[in-house]
Design a protein around this ligand. Structure first.
Ligand SMILES: [Zn+2]
Length: 102
């Protein structure tokens, strides 16, 4: 999994192909991500102490990580990600198109 919270990703397949958003949550075990503004559903909530009004709540549902690509901050395109090992042994993610570190 090369996508982290707060990355900007683009949906590359499905109904919302082409939409971009920030990653709100990453579910490592399920291979899913929650992307801001993508795959929103209306959740109907009953009255409770937390929601005294009840009603409808808009909520993003997780989508498969294979349906999104990280958007490169340097070339502003959805990009496949490579990994470069730095001199100190740590890893950096790089855009396969422009080779910039992300
Ligand atoms: Zn790039």
């Amino acid at each position: 999994m090369r996508i982290r919270t707060n990355d900007v990703v683009e949906v590359i397949t499905g109904d919302e192909k082409g939409s971009r958003g920030k990653v709100l949550r990453v579910d490592l075990s399920g291979g899913k991500v929650v992307v801001e503004g993508v795959n929103k559903v209306w959740k109907h909530v009953h009255r409770s102490q937390k929601n005294p009004q009840g009603g409808r709540l808009s909520k993003e549902m997780p989508i498969a990580v294979s349906n999104v690509l990280l958007v490169c901050t340097a070339c502003n395109r959805p990009a496949r990600i490579g990994v470069r090992i730095l001199a100190d042994g740590s890893k950096a993610r790089i855009c396969k198109k422009c080779k910039a570190e992300i």
